[in-house]
Design a binder for this molecule. Structure first.
Ligand code: GLY
Length: 432
């Protein structure tokens, strides 16, 4: 089969790496790809949101399966466009990609199907939103309705913070069209966990739980980022609570949508808060998480392409996933200054050396190869904020953590930084 992977991050490199292991696959393309994907896939110079060009390429090359990494093309309707031309593509259609594309739609659907989530109200007028803040009291969470590259959720402890958030989204249009409407919701304090499922609209096939680290600095300090590291599984979730999450956070939604004739196919990612053993859905994403995917797929022993085809064909009922039982940690190496401004084109050293370490994997994100030759001394330079994800498997959390941080020592680039404490919550939980 010929596979096209859409995207350029660590998640997409990890997907390409896992797809490359499938016996069904002859050739992989990645659009646009990065300085890691080109080693096992052919990078194609088409951006992930350029659906016309992606479609033209897939038709010309007779692509058998397209796998979409990021949310933007899904929300723009790439699945509908490809299916109209008879092409197989993994992911939900445009109407259901709205579960991530509109936070208001997502909350309304949760409410409709009885999915546990924080109480909320929606607003389009700044004054009304401020009145609500005064009536309700703080803390509150303010969210822009549309896609905002992970930056549209603002936690507010004071009235001043809340008013500023409301004005910046509704009046100053900080997130452009994404801010035409906002949600104000109650803050639920607890422990966050990510649970991803494959679903064909009938069957739910869960992946192992994971936990992301969104803040830039150790101890969960500093600004929010796209994610600085993750681990899987999350010890916070035992078998019983995992079953409860599937039963309460996913089953009513998938069944309710199907009964309306809306068949969700693809990955559905639940960002959950666990408070007093009760899961609450903070948000749904309609794609694999980044960097959760880099911590989950090294544990995944089944054929990913087979499972994606079963999802598309509505055949998940008799499908199972085989897992490596070891613990996995992913740590993001970032450019100094990220998530603010940072310098680019820094040469990365140590990539050949780290490849030799057993049970350690490196997934590229913001990197590019100065030439796409196979030569070992080919220079790889930084092009983005999140540059690499280094991943390790270990028999327990401590071993995985020690291995990943030992491995990172061989990688250097100017102004590189990373969190030194990925997995600390997991360690605390197993030591309780
Ligand atoms: N790790 C957060 C996300 O993928 O949205």
């Amino acid at each position: 089969m010929k596979i096209l992977v859409v995207g350029s991050g660590g998640r997409e490199h990890c997907l390409v790496w896992k797809i490359f292991q499938s016996s069904l696959v002859d050739k992989i393309y990645c659009a646009p790809g990065n300085g890691g994907t080109f080693k096992i896939a052919e990078n194609i110079n088409i951006q992930a949101d350029d659906i016309d060009s992606l479609l033209e390429f897939a038709l010309k090359e007779n692509i058998d399966l397209t796998v979409v990494g990021p949310e933007v093309p899904l929300v723009l309707g790439i699945v509908d466009r490809f299916e109209q031309k008879g092409l197989k593509i993994f992911g939900p259609k445009k109407d259901l990609a709205l579960l991530e594309g509109s936070k208001i739609y997502s909350k309304e659907v949760m409410l409709k199907y009885g999915v546990p989530t924080a109480d909320f109200e929606t607003f389009t007028e700044s004054d009304e939103a401020k009145q609500y803040v005064l009536r309700k009291g703080l803390p509150l969470v303010i969210k822009a309705d549309g896609l905002a590259a992970g930056k549209g959720v603002i936690l507010c402890d004071t009235k001043e913070e809340a008013f500023q958030a409301i004005d910046s989204i509704i009046i100053d249009k900080q997130f452009g069209d994404a801010g035409g409407k906002i949600i104000i919701e109650d803050l639920i304090e607890g422990e966050e966990v990510s649970v991803l499922i494959f679903t064909d609209g009938k069957t739910i096939l869960p992946l192992v739980s994971s936990q992301d680290h969104k803040r830039a600095f150790d101890g969960d300090k500093g600004p929010n980022t796209g994610g600085m590291g993750a681990y899987a599984p999350a010890p916070l979730v035992n078998k019983e609570s995992f079953n409860q999450i599937i039963k309460e956070a996913f089953k009513p939604l998938i069944e309710g949508l199907s009964q309306e004739g809306k068949v969700y196919k693809g990955i559905l990612y639940g960002g959950l808060m666990i408070k007093n053993n009760q899961p609450y859905v903070l948000e749904y994403n309609v794609r694999f998480g980044d960097p959760e995917t880099q911590a989950i797929l090294p544990k995944f022993k089944s054929d990913l392409v087979r499972i994606m085809l079963d999802t598309i064909n509505g055949d998940l009922e008799n499908t199972a996933i085989e897992w490596d039982n070891r613990f996995c940690i992913s740590v993001v190496l970032a450019s100094g200054g990220y998530p603010g401004s940072y310098e680019k084109n820094k040469q990365i050293f140590g990539l050949e050396q780290i490849k030799k370490i057993k049970d350690v994997f490196v997934f590229h994100a913001g990197t590019k190869a100065l030439s796409q030759s196979e030569s070992e001394d080919n220079k790889i330079v930084t092009t983005g904020g999140r540059v690499l994800t280094v991943v390790s498997l270990g028999t327990n959390i401590k071993e995985a953590q020690e291995k990943v941080y030992q491995a990172i020592k061989v990688i250097t680039f100017d102004k590189m930084f990373y969190r030194k404490d990925i997995g600390y919550r997991a360690l605390q939980q197993v030591n309780l």
